[in-house]
Design a protein. Structure first.
Length: 285
């Protein structure tokens, strides 16, 4: 499965082989010792993870429940009339699906998947960057994309990546993607990173944004249950990052989940972080 998909979660491995995650974790540790794969928090990847990136079809099956929960929580950070930028990725695609009913919203993106998710949202204005299409993640990259973002100013940037650590910040495996993500970040007053627990503590080839420049991290509650990831949360909080934990089992509601305005959810906060609604800042930290 790892060879076919490039990466796989422990939960998915346990489901396929019909055993416990404890057993799978022990087997993965043994395979890593033989140099057959690299362990990551909550999963495993092929060796050479600093530069290797799974394609879009594989990414859609990785940590699907976690990405959905993160998107639910991140959507509550977007208000009527906001102007935001949304980067490429499967987690940001999930976020876009939840923003379709936010009236007066303007979304600037380099992602065809984000634009597609909002294509029929008649109350949302979608602005696409220019650039060259990168087929593996359906994103526009290159100088055309970066130049189209010059002079832009929005409330928040919502971006994802391949790895996140307190030491190095957010990183990705592709140089062109990293360069466009930096341009997206530079256009925003606040930076919101969307990353499931399996990315915490991982470090990949190209830095996107330093930890000190990240305003908020939205991750899933599993991050507190895996000791390496929990330590990374502590270190990120020490860097000034406000950590929001998304519950994997949301409370029952009579409102549609796709409407963040109709069904607000209180962000779960990491110990030591302020609890309550996220303020709109007037400038970058």
């Amino acid at each position: 499965m790892v060879r076919a998909n490039g990466a796989v979660s422990l939960r998915e491995l346990a489901r396929v082989v019909q055993t416990s995650e404890v057993t799978v974790r022990r087997d993965v540790r043994a395979l890593e010792a033989e140099g057959l794969l690299d362990r990551r928090h909550g999963g495993a990847v092929l060796p050479g993870g600093f530069s290797r990136e799974p394609g879009y079809p594989q990414k859609t099956h990785l940590a699907a429940a976690e990405k959905s929960a993160i998107a639910d929580l991140a959507a509550t950070m977007v208000a009527e009339g906001d102007a935001i930028v949304v980067g490429a990725g499967t987690t940001t695609q999930e976020l876009a699906r939840r923003l379709a009913r936010v009236p007066g919203l303007t979304v600037v993106t380099n992602s065809l998947l984000v634009a597609q998710a909002l294509a029929h949202a008649n109350r949302v204005e979608v602005v696409m960057t220019g650039g060259t299409l990168r087929g593996s993640n359906y994103a526009l990259v290159g100088s055309g994309a970066e130049q189209s973002l010059q002079g832009l100013r929005v409330t928040r940037a919502f971006i994802s990546g391949s790895g996140l650590s307190a030491e190095r910040g957010l990183s990705t495996t592709n140089m062109l993607s990293a360069s466009v993500d930096r341009a997206l970040v530079n256009a925003a007053a606040e930076v919101v990173v969307l990353a499931d627990h399996s990315k915490l503590g991982n470090d990949t080839m190209f830095q996107t944004v330093a930890s000190e420049a990240i305003t908020h991290l939205v991750t899933d509650e599993q991050a507190t249950l895996v000791e390496p990831a929990a330590r990374e949360l502590d270190a990120l909080a020490d860097c000034g990052v406000q950590v929001q934990l998304a519950p994997l089992t949301p409370p029952t509601s009579s409102f549609p989940a796709s409407s963040p305005q109709d069904a607000p959810r209180r962000p779960a906060t990491f110990p030591g972080q302020r609890r309550g609604p996220v303020p709109v800042a007037s400038g970058r930290r």
